[in-house]
Design a protein around this ligand. Structure first.
Ligand code: TYD
Ligand code: MG
Length: 463
């Protein structure tokens, strides 16, 4: 019998009987790859797997009355890494499938090996299956991380069926698959990393996670050019999606939850990469402000909130007359468009003439912020550089800047005020609309200065 084949878009999973240059669904170019049609995969074909596919979540197939459904309290398992537990929403939920995405070399394997060792010690046997490194390589990393004696099983395997067999044999309390792009199922002939392989691996591991109530972590690589089937295609399959972010040249790393069925999203865990693995940073403000120059023009500290977590971050600006024809505007850590807007406000409304100046803005420590609350900090740093007047190092600020030069209120102000007071700041320049009389009393040592316009803010900051 002739094999039936189908062309599958490696970006979005759309199928077509013919090869197409451009995917009609997602618009990607040259993304179609020929794969065997699911119906011709032998006995485990479409019909067989379809009935299997829908029997995952333990549902009986009979509708239940809302009132009769019992609430399952998810007793969470701790990874003994506070910052990691925090992004997971308070620990690992039994039976959950978690995807940890990030660029190669950022520290995914390191973090999961540390968590695996801790959980092997406290919860039970852990299976760490790697398709990227041999057992020796994992062990030599483990030595740096002081894994020690714990029932931690290493498996260097890329065949999905073999991994499932080992899970059935060892009955681990936690499974880690590093990375999902290296895993292939014998059911498909396409290469590991293709969208059908990645989906199959995730789906099969989902059945196992739910069926045997064993929490599972999947590592997913995100590459800049997207040549591997992106973990994006998996986001709807898994319970939780975490992204590992950070700059190679900085030691701090941030793990962010972008989807979590069992906790708050945009929750954040902060780590520092050291010679003995990732170390949790319980007080990020302190780390981000550690190298701040005192009383230097062009430096401003603002209060950001990531998830439920307030953080004080320094932003630096340098403004100078351009010696070339066109003025340069370079940013790192904030949005370029946002900078253009703030420069326009300073230029048009606050009497700064910046048309012929080079402007450089950098968020210190390699952090990136996309909150409008950072506007006032960026604007003040630029103004401070232009006027060559330092903002007192005991002053912090936050607030959104509008096109009419107004300073607008922003959410979660109390959280920011508290963090600034706790970090020992004595003055806080903030939107008038956000001033809460109760805060003013409670923050005795930290003076709250409410401002309505950019002019008022600059008077308070660099007068
Ligand atoms: P790794 O976890 O292998 O990254 P990923 O799995 O995301 O590809 O970590 C990569 C980097 O971390 C590597 O460049 C070396 C560095 N590293 C340390 O600085 N200290 C350590 O203790 C370890 C294990 C790694
Ligand atoms: Mg790795």
């Amino acid at each position: 019998m002739k094999q039936k084949t189908v062309f599958v878009c490696q970006e979005c999973g759309a199928q077509s009987p013919k090869w197409l240059g451009r995917c009609a669904d997602c618009g990607a170019w040259n993304s179609f790859v020929e794969e065997r049609a699911p119906g011709s995969e032998g006995t485990a074909g479409a019909a067989g797997s379809a009935s299997h596919r829908y029997a995952v979540t333990g549902a009986s197939g009979v509708a239940k009355l809302y009132a009769d459904v019992e609430i399952e309290s998810h007793a969470r398992l701790s990874t003994s890494i506070d910052e990691f537990d925090r992004v997971l929403g308070g620990g690992v939920v039994p039976g959950s499938l978690v995807l940890l995405g990030g660029e190669p070399g950022i520290g995914k394997s390191t973090l999961l090996l540390q968590a695996a060792a801790n959980m092997a010690r406290t919860v039970g046997p852990v299976l760490y299956s790697s398709g990227e490194e041999s057992e020796h390589q994992i062990k030599s990393r483990g030595e740096r991380l002081a894994v020690g004696t714990a029932p931690l099983y290493l498996l260097a395997e890329t065949c999905l069926e073999r991994i499932l067999e080992e899970i059935a044999r060892i009955k681990p309390a936690l499974v880690i698959v590093d990375s999902v792009q290296t895993v292939f199922s014998l059911k498909f002939q396409s290469a590991p990393g293709s969208i059908s392989q990645v989906r199959e691996a995730a789906t099969q591991l989902l059945f196992t996670a739910k069926g045997q109530n064993v929490p599972t972590f999947l590592v997913g690589h995100v590459t800049k050019d997207g040549s591997l089937a992106g973990p994006k295609a998996l986001e709807h399959v898994v319970d939780t999606v975490l992204y590992f972010e950070g700059e190679r040249h900085h030691s701090h790393r941030v793990v962010r939850a972008v989807k979590n069925r069992f906790g708050a999203v945009s929750e954040l865990g902060v780590f520092e990469m050291t010679s003995s693995g990732l170390r949790p940073v319980p007080n990020p403000s302190k780390m981000f402000l550690a190298e701040r120059p005192s009383n230097a023009p062009g430096s401003a500290v603002f209060c950001a909130v990531e998830g439920s977590r307030p953080m004080l971050i320094e932003v630096q600006a340098l403004v100078g007359t351009s010696s070339y024809g066109t003025a340069r505007r370079m940013v790192s850590g904030i949005d370029q468009q946002r900078l253009s807007l703030l420069l326009a406000v300073l230029d048009k409304r606050a009497g700064f003439n910046l048309a012929g100046d080079d402007v450089f803005v950098n968020v210190a420590g390699g952090m990136s912020v996309d909150e409008p609350a950072s506007d006032l900090g960026v604007l003040a740093a630029i103004a401070s550089s232009v006027r060559n007047r330092a903002i007192p190092s005991t002053t912090a600020m936050f607030g959104e800047v509008g096109l009419a030069c107004e300073v607008r209120g922003i959410p979660q102000a109390t959280l920011r005020v508290r963090e600034a007071a706790q970090m020992g700041f004595e003055r806080l320049v903030m939107p008038e609309a956000n001033i809460d009389p109760a805060d003013r009393k409670a923050m005795g040592s930290c003076e709250l200065i409410g401002v309505r316009t950019v002019g008022e803010a600059l008077d308070a900051l660099i007068a």
